[in-house]
Design a protein around this ligand. Structure first.
Ligand code: NZQ
Ligand code: ZN
Length: 352
């Protein structure tokens, strides 16, 4: 089954290329188009039904995080009559059997090709959340395949990688360790290459570096020995459930506001990030001043990249959804402090 999105792979020629290789190898192809950004659970069911009906033996996902994520859960749903959502969220059982799958990445940033977590929107329950499915048996990361990706998506995808790295880095433990030092290198690399792309959007070397960084941020290496905290992600996912907004852009708005609310509980790590990632000299600054300078640098970088600063800039106009987002998003243990729903609402209101 060749699964893809709204048609970008047909325009870019990737579709014909893949079909050519598959036909050459004597494979029969079942087409599964139309996987939308922020894939829905209904689309998962449609894919699983098709896979069952056609007796599919392998799923090839060609696209960005949305296509890959949708296929991870199709791979699980296609081999069982139990409902995967109920299985995971009611019975707390995770699937262990899957159709094999591969991923051909056409948009980097999520690192979805590297893990078995899929972010799926259940429209019936208004939830956008992590569901566990198949790991890709292989992933093709050819930066040339991202060349047709629009500039806005390239930048928001790269910011997603930065977000994954920051959310991992700020988690416990707070003493410096190898995972964090690799994380610092990944973050510096992302920032540097985003700056290259903003000047020269078709720079293959920079797209290549960002694709590799995207994989590094989500392949588990940065998370070794860390209690990761993905509170910004949890807030953004629920915002996505109610608005269908772009993931990286939502994160760009949420991060600085969230960090201003929590940095005082983890000044040391924020100060370290300012020095090691944003390369702000310590000279005479207190740890708190350094931490604040780092958040300011993040905010300025977001502006420099043309990413939004407010939900309004993203085109979100209905303020009444903020309460729903705060009331339903997953609460994490907190990289600095566990936030209450009231605090999350305050953060969301500041983002508006
Ligand atoms: O659908 P098509 O026509 O292919 O167009 C897509 C889509 O409109 C387009 N696109 C992709 N490759 C292209 C291209 N256009 C031209 N040329 C290409 N080469 O880009 C648009 C966005 O694609 P999408 O897959 O939605 O973007 P992204 O890769 O940013 O994925 C976002 C989804 O991944 C989830 C997000 O929540 C969101 O649902 N995430 C998944 C994660 C994971 N599994 O580990 C982690 C992330 O934190 C994230 O939450
Ligand atoms: Zn993300």
């Amino acid at each position: 089954m060749l699964a893809y999105g709204g048609g970008s792979i047909k325009k870019s020629g990737i579709y014909n290329k893949i079909c050519g290789y598959l036909k050459e190898a004597g494979k029969e192809i079942v087409d599964f188009p139309g996987i939308m950004p922020n894939p829905t659970y209904k689309k998962v069911q449609e894919g699983a039904a098709l896979a069952k009906e056609k007796g599919v033996s392998f799923i090839l996902a060609a696209g960005g995080g949305s296509v890959i994520d949708c296929c991870k859960i199709i791979a699980a749903q296609a081999v069982t009559d139990k409902d995967i959502w109920e299985m995971e969220f009611k019975d707390h059982i995770f699937p262990t059997e899957f159709l094999p799958m591969g991923a051909i990445v056409t948009a980097s940033g999520t690192g979805a090709e590297m893990n078995n977590g899929a972010v799926i929107t259940n429209e019936d329950t208004s939830q956008k959340t992590g569901v566990f499915g198949a790991y890709a048996d292989f992933a093709v990361l050819d930066p040339g395949y991202t060349m047709s990706l629009p500039a806005g998506q390239v930048i928001s995808g790269a910011f997603d990688t930065l977000s994954h790295s920051m959310e991992t880095y700020l988690g416990l433990p707070r003493d410096i360790n190898l995972s964090d030092e690799i994380g610092e290198a990944v973050m510096r690399n992302v920032i540097r290459n985003m700056r290259v792309l903003i000047e020269d959007m078709y720079n293959l070397e920079a797209r290549s570096e960002l694709m590799w960084a995207s994989a590094m941020a989500e392949n588990g290496i940065l998370k070794i020995g860390k209690v990761t905290d993905f509170q910004a992600h949890q807030i953004e996912h629920q915002l996505g459930a109610y608005t269908g907004c772009n993931h990286g852009k939502g994160l760009a708005v949420i991060h600085p506001v969230l960090y201003r609310h929590i940095y005082k509980e983890n000044i040391k790590q924020f100060a370290r990030m300012a020095e090691k990632v944003w390369e702000i000299p310590a000279d005479g600054k207190t740890q708190e001043e350094l931490a604040e300078a780092g958040i300011k640098a993040l905010e300025e970088f977001i502006r420099e990249m043309g990413l939004p600063h407010t939900f309004t800039e993203m085109g979100i106009t209905d303020k009444s959804i903020l309460k729903k987002v705060a009331g339903t998003c997953n609460l994490t243990a907190g990289c600095c402090k566990k936030l209450s729903r009231e605090e999350i609402l305050e953060i969301l209101e500041e983002c508006f």
